[in-house]
Design a protein around this ligand. Structure first.
Ligand code: NOJ
Length: 540
């Protein structure tokens, strides 16, 4: 924690790092990242002079799982899959993380379980099993047709016939991920018990997987159709998402979090619901909601600015924004935008993410500008990638092993990693970038330090300076004590930013820049070199 800031709140003022556990660090040579591996690399995140100095880690699911959706098919909410470690390792992680003032956020996958979860095994075993109603079962429509037209996110129909018990069950993702019945109070109680289980072990917060799908309309009516590319996108999700029961359920979840001190939550909304997603954020709802709109932006200042402005407008005062450029479901942003200048563009994107109003979420590897890995068809293991190939190659390219150093498999594992290592790892890795003062990693470290030490960057209001520039994205963050001016040149050509009278009358110091030639503004103009990202602070 920043000892100079009295009201520093880790999840609001800090930076959160998404550690995709399977790919972060393997301690036992089975090719899969695990908890002891993560613990061994905590210094990269916090507590050593070389750390990034983030405030929290979000760990992707580590629960026992048949791994059909790489951990998002949970077979027991209150244990750890032995491939990732044990509960004792988890306790050690909490201890080691808290020792460094690093918080730990877990992933809660409460829309569905694995079909191997004992709850589903019982539910499926017979129609009169006491757990039958823990999942969503329906008879066929006349003519032996499926009960409705719903589609799963991963391609096939959302209702699957079960030969054993002669009914359909609902699954919004893979067939092996049956949806829970949130309308059954026993289900709710069991899930809330799991929340307390992890809170009691010292967990600091949760990321809620596709939370707005928890409730479905009780009659399961057909969804209206609309235009879209994949089958799931060709429906308006008015009956299978965003049902009115969501808000009371989130309020119950939030009241449990509030029984503990300084806990947080961030929701991952699914699809384009009909409810504004910002409405799930607030005092008796979630602390933050992911907004994935950056992932649809092309590399243009106006596109990014529009996302920020719309998000700022739609959030109520009780809502705290958060921003994300990449994650385990998206293509890495350096691959989306980087072209021939990946490092320069990675720095501009980092400067944007880390100076906006709201909590930045970093995806492991983005701090070294790790790109997607190109994979052949026979290297793909992600089910939607296999299903949609070659139109969509799935999520494996963005989930490759973390590149720690130039040793075999980038220092991630001593055996064959579960996904291939990026061929460039010998040049592009943490150890090499720590040695280079101009590396992307060192730029991230400076940005995080700057944000931590600047009142304006952590909690200042947000005001844009450029509205529709093709080159520059620029904005002011402001508190009564301090102004920060952020100027980002999105292009490879030099650019000029004009300051108005008010800004011109202030004294500006150059606080950080991606360009060694950058200087404090002279006169009314700020000159920006190609892909320059500069941040200026007002001096009184
Ligand atoms: C969203 C997760 O981010 C994704 O990885 C997963 O496949 C689906 N939810 C299903 O749990």
């Amino acid at each position: 924690m920043d000892r100079n800031v009295e009201d520093y709140l880790w999840w609001r003022d800090g930076v959160i790092y998404h550690a995709y556990l399977r790919s972060f660090a393997d301690s036992n040579g089975d090719g899969l990242g695990d908890l002891p591996g993560l613990i061994a690399h905590l210094d990269h995140l916090k507590g050593s002079p070389d750390s990034l100095d983030v405030d929290a880690i979000w760990i992707s699911p580590f629960y026992p799982s048949p791994d059909k959706d790489f951990g998002y098919d949970v077979a027991n909410y209150c244990d750890i899959d032995p491939r990732y470690g044990s509960l004792a390792d988890f306790d050690r992680l909490i201890h080691e993380a808290h020792k460094r003032d690093l918080r730990v956020i877990l992933d809660l996958v409460f829309n569905h379980t694995s079909d191997q979860h004992p709850w589903f095994l019982q539910s499926r075993s017979s129609r009169d099993n006491p757990k039958r109603d823990w999942y969503i079962w329906r008879d066929p429509r006349p003519g032996n047709r499926p009960p409705n037209n719903w589609q799963s996110v991963f391609g096939v129909k959302a209702l699957e016939w079960d030969d054993q018990s002669q009914q359909y069950y609902l699954h919004h993702f893979l067939k092996v991920q049956p949806d829970l019945n949130w309308r059954n109070p026993e289900v709710r109680n069991a899930l809330m018990k799991a929340v307390r289980f992890w809170l009691d072990r010292g967990t600091d917060g949760f990321r809620l997987d596709v939370f707005n799908l928890w409730f479905k309309h009780p009659d399961l009516p057909d969804n209206p159709r609309c235009l879209g590319i994949r089958p799931f996108e060709r429906q308006r999700h008015i009956y299978d998402a965003d049902q009115p029961e969501m808000r009371p359920a989130l309020a119950e979840f939030r009241s449990i979090l509030d029984d503990y001190s300084e806990r947080t939550s961030v929701g991952e909304p699914a699809g384009r619901g009909h409810q504004p997603i910002s409405s799930y954020c607030g005092q008796d709802q979630l602390h933050m909601i992911f907004n994935f709109k950056f992932s649809f932006c092309h590399w243009s200042p106006t596109a990014f600015l529009n996302v920020v402005r719309r998000w700022e407008q739609s959030l109520s005062n009780n809502c705290w924004p958060c921003f994300v450029l990449s994650n385990h479901d998206l293509s890495r942003h350096v691959t989306r935008y980087g072209g021939r200048n990946p490092d320069a563009i990675a720095k501009v994107a980092a400067a944007l993410l880390l100076t906006l109003r709201g909590t930045p979420f970093l995806y492991y590897g983005e701090e070294i500008a790790m790109p997607n890995t190109r994979l052949r068809r026979n290297q793909i293991v992600d089910p939607p990638g296999i299903y949609y190939w070659p139109i969509y190659k799935g999520r494996d390219p963005a989930r490759g092993p973390m590149q720690w150093d130039a040793s075999i498999h980038a220092g991630f594992t001593t055996s064959t990693p579960w996904l291939p290592t990026h061929p460039d790892y010998r040049k592009q890795n943490v150890a090499a970038q720590l040695e280079d003062p101009y590396s992307v990693l060192n730029f991230y470290r400076s940005l995080i330090r700057l944000r931590r030490n600047s009142d304006a960057l952590r909690k200042g209001s947000f005001r844009t300076l450029t509205k529709t520039s093709r080159q520059i994205l620029s904005f002011i963050r402001e508190t009564p004590q301090q102004q920060a001016l952020v100027a980002l040149n999105f292009t490879g050509r030099p650019a000029h930013l004009q300051l108005d009278d008010m800004l011109h009358s202030l004294n500006w110091d150059l606080a950080l820049s991606s360009s060694p030639q950058a200087a404090a503004p002279r006169g009314r103009e700020i000159k920006l070199g190609p892909y320059e990202a500069s941040i200026f602070l007002s001096v009184n």
